[in-house]
Design a protein around this ligand. Structure first.
Ligand SMILES: [Zn+2]
Ligand SMILES: [Zn+2]
Length: 195
């Protein structure tokens, strides 16, 4: 199953995200550029399981990326690092190559210059993000991503149990604190306050 046409991806992204928007176009372009740089043209077929994607923001573009790559959170192939940046790193785990793409700050400006006649900003950006070349939309950087075996789907290891709350912990996410095994929440990273 090789890559689809851009319009087919747009239709799939609209389904996945609930509406079509400039962020969807940008996310699709980002994923396609990442695959191109890694020479992977069959992410849902022949190259399945070779790709892990790190995403640095939880916005519109994020939903478009799995549409192209097939990398999903529930398959452990999509990793979310909340840095608040429109950026993603595409890792080929077979060749150990990874490329990080960041959306360029000037792309909105480029869209204004390209289509000044389109008043609606979203429509203007959707048009421009379809047509601008990859390197006008993104800055690419080859990087190294260290992925331990516990990062991959199918990793099996004994579950740990938190000495404080008694909850089970998978994938080596436990921490050692003063000789005790704790979950991250009990070790101080709790994002909620028990009532
Ligand atoms: Zn959106
Ligand atoms: Zn705990």
């Amino acid at each position: 199953m090789p890559l689809k046409s851009f319009d087919e991806y747009v239709a799939l992204a609209e389904q996945a995200h609930g509406h079509i928007c400039a962020g969807q176009i940008l996310g699709l372009r980002m994923a396609l550029y990442g695959l191109k740089l890694l020479d992977l043209d069959d992410p849902l077929g022949r190259h399945r399981k070779r790709l892990v994607t790190f995403i640095e923001i939880d916005r519109c573009a994020t939903d478009a990326i799995p549409v192209v790559t097939g990398c999903r959170l529930g398959k452990r192939a999509l990793k979310f690092r909340d840095f608040g940046k429109v950026a993603a790193t595409f890792c080929d785990v077979e060749t150990d190559r990874a490329v990080r793409l960041v959306a360029r700050e000037d792309s909105k400006q480029r869209a204004r210059e390209m289509f000044p006649e389109i008043a609606d900003k979203n429509a203007q950006q959707m048009r421009a993000y379809r047509e601008l070349p990859d390197d006008a939309l993104f800055t690419a950087q080859w990087v190294r991503v260290k992925l331990g075996p516990e990062e991959f789907p199918g990793y099996h290891a004994p579950r740990a149990v938190c000495a404080e709350c008694g909850e089970g912990i998978n994938f080596k996410r436990e921490v050692q604190r003063d000789g005790r095994v704790l979950c991250k929440a009990c070790a101080g990273e709790r994002y909620y306050d028990p009532l």
